[in-house]
Design a protein around this ligand. Structure first.
Ligand SMILES: Nc1ncnc2c1ncn2[C@@H]1O[C@H](COP(=O)(O)OP(=O)(O)O)[C@@H](O)[C@H]1O
Ligand SMILES: [Mg+2]
Length: 263
């Protein structure tokens, strides 16, 4: 089974940026392929990976519910499977599936079931799955079989951020998927570190911080120009720090291959 990494947190904390950098690190430094899933309705993972996303699973769902679809002689199941496959962008070292905007009040269980089947299939075909989640992690709550091996909860370095971390940790415990490891990280932390009031708040809430990722000017400038994370220098401080975090927490059996021995 694939090693499943899920990235969660409040909007604007850096989930997509860290997800994209994780995908770059796994493909370029560890040399393994990744199935990437953008489960945030405010889809941006594709752009950060330098891709132009045209089809999302939500569009497909809408079309089917609105009966705008010509199944062209295919069974409905087959058509949906085909359409899901059509919405995947394939690159040499990773694939991206974009879920798109939320479902609204209608029940699209049928497509969701097929999507789940697809995710199960992907889980056996790739060494890594990386999912950029929405704040409420609804995507994870819909999954039935794929467990999460590593959940990264991203926060801004503020009191509101600390309270949100506590809330998301509790939410993660209530999800119907097994989550093997959970890590809270602070992102965009200024040079002078985190405020002592924040540390006290984190301590009083019992929230442990596993990594502190700095505010990074190059990452910020890169995003301001709309460039992909592949444009960021390999020596970049945030990229290197995230890499060390992954090296520490990924199973050694999955990271033993270096760039020289890409699979
Ligand atoms: N460590 C960082 N240093 C500098 N800018 C960052 C950092 N992490 C994220 N950003 C910037 O913050 C903004 C929000 O990040 P994004 O990844 O889109 O957040 P989210 O996916 O949680 O909404 C983007 O402009 C991104 O470039
Ligand atoms: Mg995002």
């Amino acid at each position: 089974m694939a090693f499943n990494i899920a990235v969660a947190g409040k909007g604007g904390t850096g989930k997509s940026t860290l997800s994209a950098l994780i995908i770059r690190y796994i493909t370029e430094e560890i040399g393994k392929s990744v199935s990437a899933v953008d489960a945030d309705p405010n889809a941006s993972l594709g752009a950060l990976l330098g891709l132009h996303v045209q089809n999302t699973v939500a569009d497909l769902r809408e079309d089917i519910v609105a009966k705008k679809v010509d199944f062209s002689g295919m069974s409905k199941d087959r058509y949906i499977e085909y359409a899901i496959e059509e919405s995947i962008i394939e690159k040499e070292k990773f694939d991206l599936l974009t879920m798109g905007r939320p479902e609204g009040p209608k029940c699209y269980c049928y497509v969701n079931n097929l999507l789940r089947k697809y995710m199960d299939k992907v889980g056996t075909a790739y060494p890594f799955v990386v999912t950029d989640n929405e704040a409420g992690m609804e995507h994870l709550s819909r999954r039935t079989t794929n467990n999460v091996d590593l959940l990264l909860i991203v926060s801004e370095p503020t009191i509101v951020g600390a309270l949100t971390l506590q809330r998301i940790l509790a939410l993660a415990d209530s999800l119907p998927v097994a989550i093997r490891q959970k890590f809270c990280v602070l992102n965009r932390v200024p040079r002078n570190g985190i405020h002592e009031n924040l540390q006290q708040k984190l301590d009083s809430l019992g929230v442990e911080i596993s990594a502190i990722f700095p505010f990074d000017q190059e990452v910020y400038d890169n995003a301001s120009c709309g460039s992909s994370v592949f444009e960021i220098s390999r020596e970049n401080e945030l990229y290197q720090k995230l890499g060390r975090f992954l090296q520490k927490h990924l199973p050694s059996s999955l990271i033993e291959k270096s760039v020289a021995g890409r699979t």
